[in-house]
Design a protein around this ligand. Structure first.
Ligand SMILES: Cc1cc2nc3c(=O)[nH]c(=O)nc-3n(C[C@H](O)[C@H](O)[C@H](O)COP(=O)(O)OP(=O)(O)OC[C@H]3O[C@@H](n4cnc5c(N)ncnc54)[C@H](O)[C@@H]3O)c2cc1C
Length: 145
């Protein structure tokens, strides 16, 4: 599952059909169901969700590279109570996460945001597991990513 991704300076363009790209003035004329602005983890995940719901999606990226800060990051994502924790023999709980976050950020903790994070995080991990498999040339599943 791969949404179209147009980076402002990216050379790849479909020249025919209903996707028309005017290289002369950096304009294009495209009709889609969903437009995602930004190609970091948030944008590309949103695009995958939209695509998996059957929508025609375009991702717009303002730089000449896909990936944003996400591509430069350490790539370690903290999703409490995610499906892989149990597989790895660990357990987690909402109470433990709340205790940890209270200790880390004290009264700046926004309960509604934390609740949304705890509710949606494990579902997001499960969705990405089902929908997306990163495979590089020469990679080996579980050994070399
Ligand atoms: C060096 C470094 C290491 C990090 N390591 C970790 C880590 O290990 N674990 C962790 O959880 N977090 C880490 N982070 C933080 C993490 O990378 C970010 O929180 C996360 O990548 C943000 O994702 P995002 O999709 O919201 O934004 P981004 O990945 O920044 O994506 C936003 C994209 O939107 C594009 N954009 C912005 N405005 C427009 C516009 N008007 N039109 C078109 N495109 C636009 C940007 O160019 C960019 O590509 C790290 C950050 C850095 C810099």
């Amino acid at each position: 599952m791969k949404p179209s991704c147009f980076s402002n300076f990216a050379p790849q363009r479909r020249e025919s059909g209903r996707n028309r790209w005017n290289k002369a003035d950096d304009m294009f004329d495209e009709t889609v169901d969903a437009v995602v602005v930004g190609s970091g983890a948030a944008g590309l995940t949103a695009a995958l969700v939209a695509k998996s719901a059957g929508l025609d999606v375009v991702v717009l990226e303002k730089t000449d590279r896909i990936g944003g800060n996400t591509a430069m990051s350490g790539g370690a994502v903290w999703i409490p109570d995610n499906p892989h924790l149990a597989e790895a023999g660990h357990s987690d709980s909402r109470d433990a996460v709340m205790t940890y976050l209270h200790a880390m950020i004290g009264n700046r903790l926004q309960r509604d945001l934390v609740d949304a994070f705890l509710d949606a995080g494990p579902k997001a991990v499960a969705f990405l597991d089902r929908s997306f498999h990163l495979e590089r040339v020469g990679s080996r599943d579980g050994a070399r990513l």
